[in-house]
Design a protein around this ligand. Sequence first.
Ligand code: HEM
Ligand SMILES: [Cu+2]
Length: 576
Amino acid sequence: MATQTPAIETHNAAASKPSRPLWLEVLHGWVTTVDHKKIGLMYIGYALFFLVVAGFEALLMRIQLAVPNNHFVSPQVFNGLFTVHGTTMVFFVGMPILFGFGNYLIPLMIGARDMAFPRLNAFSFWISAFGGILLYYSYIGGSGLYGAGSAPDVGWFAYAPLTSRVFSPGHSTDYWTLAVLLSGVGTIGTALNIVATTISMRCPGMKMSRLPLLVWLYLVTSCMTFVAVGPLTAAQIMLMLDRYAGSHFFDTQAGGSAVLWMHFFWIFGHPEVYILVLPAFAFANEIIPVFSRKAIFGYPAMVAASVGIGFISLGVWAHHMFTVGLGPGANTFFVLATMVISVPTGIKIFNWLATLWGGKIHFTVSMLFAIGFLFQFLVAGLTGIMLSVAPFDWQLGNSYFVVAHFHYVLVGAILFMLFSAFYYWYPKVTGRMLSEHLGKWHFWLFVIGFHLTFDFMHIPGLLGMPRRIYTYEADRGWMIWNMIVSSGAAIQAVATLLFVFNMVWSYFKGAVAGADPWDAWTLEWSTTSPPPAYNFAKTPTVASRRPLWDLKHPEDPDSNYETEQHLPRSSQEESL
Ligand code: HEM
Ligand SMILES: [Cu+2]
């Protein structure tokens, strides 16, 4: 016995060391992971949690507004609700869930084993997650005008002078500023990773002209993030200096400018809505062709339109400021710039329709949500063009018509496409199918709820109902519409809970998916479901935009729908 080497002893000692309880082992694995798939899932899980929280906040607001002269919540609480609902939905639901999908899918789609900077990836997630916790800590630590513990109540765009120490003497505005600032740092980190991974981690043969469109759109989104988040972060630091270091950047009384904050916020704010919608477009570019059994129509035009949207959307921000008095020159420029953005967006809509045209359409739940997205995004685009006409906006700016418009984009387009993406990629992530039966209930309930809520929300807006009011008189003619809107919101809530139930139930009871349940064509479907930790046993080599399809369907004349020469069939089988 004495003869054993110390190393062996240490090994035995380690073996004999009481191992951690399983739950702790699992927790440790997730908390310390740098694996892009796990980080992607943590982003998605965290965002789903906040979707339920912010959805609940929306429901509370809709209960308050369902009838006139209601006192279900106080004006202060209502101010907190729309501020936290809007901030949460944009920064702690939209951004993390879309970057979560990007994180999970991009390395798999380009044939890589992970993101370029795995530790930066983990850091970006945890700092964004901390931002969300900080925002809700404000309910405990933000000592506002109403004593200890109050939510930020300055609206999601936090206009000056509402954010000054005079109007917001407590810390709730500081928690809003720091929460959003940290989420910005995390977003920049993730965007950096996406750009570096896409440029430097592609497998052999994956030229930029063969990149899945999803990856192209995340590349554009990430570049926009670099440009858009900086000005907001700078403005937030200026705000903190105004609040604690005696500067007067946004204090009009002391030579500063409240309009300066608006410019900084919307230079970020408008590109932000495209940073949210481009990933939704990315999902549509993958899902609509697969369920139409046709390659996407106009791949190069889709790339060009996305890059076009990326650029133009950086130059339209003042359409949020038509009522500020920037003058006819500036207003005219921003009216025209905003209208121009409908050209590349229109190209996308036509290309999706052209892809559907003549296709063998499979109406899976994922496809139903994608078709819903297509219709609703078109409607949202049309009301957007209406609001880009300055005189029209002078009438309807800050009314419920505007609230209906942006929810038509955020819910009707982005949330619909997110649901579609869940039904499409859930089998890859879990190895099981989401129930199509429950999914069809989810879809139709959500469609009915959505249209009751946001179609009818336009009407009180046209009848003069301003946004952010916590109640209204009975003689305004807004009651019936608000009742319909609120009942629609309740139906959306039920549909969303049904979706959450389907996600949990299918994880244990769903049909086994196999590697490629949809007969798709991008590389993530060439791995097992779920994919192994190392993604690919051997780095694949691709020779077209639809590597997997070409392998499975050599008979398809549409196969290799790319002009370039590609590898002879045998080496392909061997390479994949
Ligand atoms: C799904 C159902 C939803 C309902 C019923 C809903 C309802 C509402 C309501 C009632 C308001 C307050 C309007 C006001 O008083 O001015 C609001 C504001 C807002 N919502 Fe939603 N919302 C929903 C989803 C979303 C989603 C998915 C997003 C973003 C991804 C979002 C982003 C916003 C923003 C940014 C505001 C403005 C907050 C502010 O004025 O500061 N909402 N929403
Ligand atoms: Cu805008």
